[in-house]
Design a protein around this ligand. Structure first.
Ligand code: SF4
Length: 96
């Protein structure tokens, strides 16, 4: 499985790890084998491998995020992505 990241909006591998893992979880639920997984950053034509954890790990991570959102716990995480974020113009936590 390969997730292509277009120029301009590309995120770092660690920023997209959960996204790739959830894609893998969905494919695994459909009976598809997902190994290996990778991210292709189209801006510089680089390809980076992405670990595909077991379904329980990805599911637990997603459940943790969902519980946090449902509980109103979603603190801002300003960082390098802020410079590419669509909400940067109105976000009071924007880094930089
Ligand atoms: S600009 Fe705000 S919403 Fe966007 S990534 Fe940064 S902290 Fe998050």
């Amino acid at each position: 499985m390969r997730d292509n990241k277009p120029p301009g909006k590309a995120a770092a591998p660690d920023e997209t790890a959960l996204q790739v893992r959830l894609y893998a979880l969905g494919l695994q639920a459909c009976g598809r084998k997902v190994d290996p997984a990778s991210l292709a950053f189209l801006q510089d034509s680089s390809v980076v491998g992405a670990d595909v954890p077991g379904p329980d790990t990805a599911r637990a991570t997603a459940r943790s995020y969902i519980q946090g959102i449902n509980g109103g716990e979603f603190p801002a995480k300003p960082g390098p992505f802020c410079s590419r974020c669509d909400y940067g113009a109105i976000c009071c936590w924007r880094a930089g």
